[in-house]
Every structure is written in structure tokens, then in C-alpha cells.
Design a protein around this ligand. Structure first.
Ligand code: IMP
Ligand code: MG
Length: 177
């Protein structure tokens, strides 16, 4: 076991709570998109588990794509946001939901919304975020489907990382550097 795993803090959200919440979110999305085509865009890498569990609860057809932006180094935010992996699909005129692990300052999501609307021509962009840290917000972003609000603590697990570690954990845990 790596030394860094000894620094893991308390469980903030256990896997059962995550799964229950995902069922609720999936129900809402099903109602909102009953007869509409929907494109789910996972923001890599943090959202890979959330997106996978979300589609396993969704009983409507979905189209899936991924996008990746780099914005974080360690626990400190890098000012620049840069595309690491672009969409494969053409989303011009489509209704999309961006699936995200966590909204912190909101800077990344604000950028993604503008990118998908203005550059990629999406007709509508909704946000589905597992975690929300409202106390840290710098830019307001609408969260249409939200999992949990958390305090201003750094968390890892269930897709979220610290320097690429801990994404494999089933639960969300605190990490104190
Ligand atoms: P924002 O631009 O400040 O909202 O940052 C969003 C991104 O920062 C998320 O997609 C995460 O990758 C990362 N991030 C923010 N808070 C945490 C955290 O507590 N743990 C792990 N990653 C985080
Ligand atoms: Mg992320």
C-alpha cells in the first residue's frame, strides 16, 4: 500500500448513499427527457464512475461522449483551463447534459458551458454534478441535477483524485494534504 493512502480521512459519502442518490437523479432525467434525444457528456476523468452508474439506472436511450479539460494540479487550481480531449460527436443543435464529479469554484463548468454552446453549437446545456462545494463558488453555474452539497474540504474517491490517486475508491472520503 502506498504511503499516501495512510493520509485518507473520514468517509464523507458512502457508496450506498451515492447509489440511492443516483437513482433519484436518474428518475428526474428520465422524466425530463422522456421523448427527447439526450447526449450525456462526461467530463474526464473525475466523472467516469458517476456517468457509468448513472446510465446503469437510466431507462431511456442515451448517447454518450467524453471531454477532458485540465484545470487542477494537486489541491491548487491552475488558472488556465485547457482541452485535453475533445468531443468525438457533433452536438450542433442537440440537448446535452454535462456529467461532472464536482463543482468547486465553478470556473471549469462555466468554461465548459460556453465551449459547448458557443463553439460546439449545443442547443441546450444542462449540468449534472455529483458534488457541490457552494462555499467556494467564484462563478455562478446552474446545477440542474445535483447529488450532494459538501463543506469546503478536499475529497477523493468515486472518480475524484489527488494527484491521480484514489479514483478507484467506492466512497467519497476527505483527504488532508
Ligand atoms: P472548479 O473549476 O473550481 O469548479 O473545479 C472543478 C474541478 O476541480 C473538478 O472537476 C475536479 O476535478 C476538481 N476538484 C475540485 N474540488 C475537488 C476536490 O475536493 N477533490 C478532487 N478534485 C476536486
Ligand atoms: Mg474534474
Amino acid at each position: 500500500m502506498q504511503e499516501i493512502y495512510k493520509k485518507l480521512g473520514k468517509v464523507v459519502i458512502d457508496y450506498n448513499s451515492i447509489k440511492e442518490k443516483i437513482k433519484e437523479i436518474a428518475c428526474k432525467i428520465e422524466q425530463d427527457y422522456k421523448n427527447k434525444e439526450i447526449v450525456l457528456i462526461g467530463n474526464l476523468k473525475g466523472a467516469f464512475r458517476f456517468l457509468a452508474d448513472l446510465v446503469s439506472e437510466l431507462n431511456i436511450p442515451v448517447i454518450i461522449d467524453f471531454i477532458a479539460f485540465a484545470s487542477y494540479i494537486g489541491t491548487h487550481q491552475d488558472e488556465r483551463i485547457r482541452i485535453v480531449k475533445d468531443l468525438k460527436l457533433d452536438i450542433e443543435g442537440k440537448e446535452v447534459i454535462v456529467v461532472e464529479d464536482i463543482i468547486d469554484t465553478g470556473v471549469t463548468m462555466d468554461y465548459i458551458i460556453k465551449y459547448l454552446k458557443e463553439i460546439k453549437g449545443a442547443k441546450e446545456v444542462k449540468i449534472c454534478a455529483l458534488l457541490d462545494k457552494p462555499s467556494r463558488r467564484v462563478v455562478e453555474v446552474p446545477i440542474h441535477y445535483k447529488g450532494f452539497e459538501i463543506d469546503d474540504i478536499f475529497v477523493v474517491g468515486y472518480g475524484l483524485d489527488y494527484n491521480e490517486y484514489f479514483r478507484e475508491l467506492n466512497e467519497v472520503r476527505e483527504f488532508i494534504e
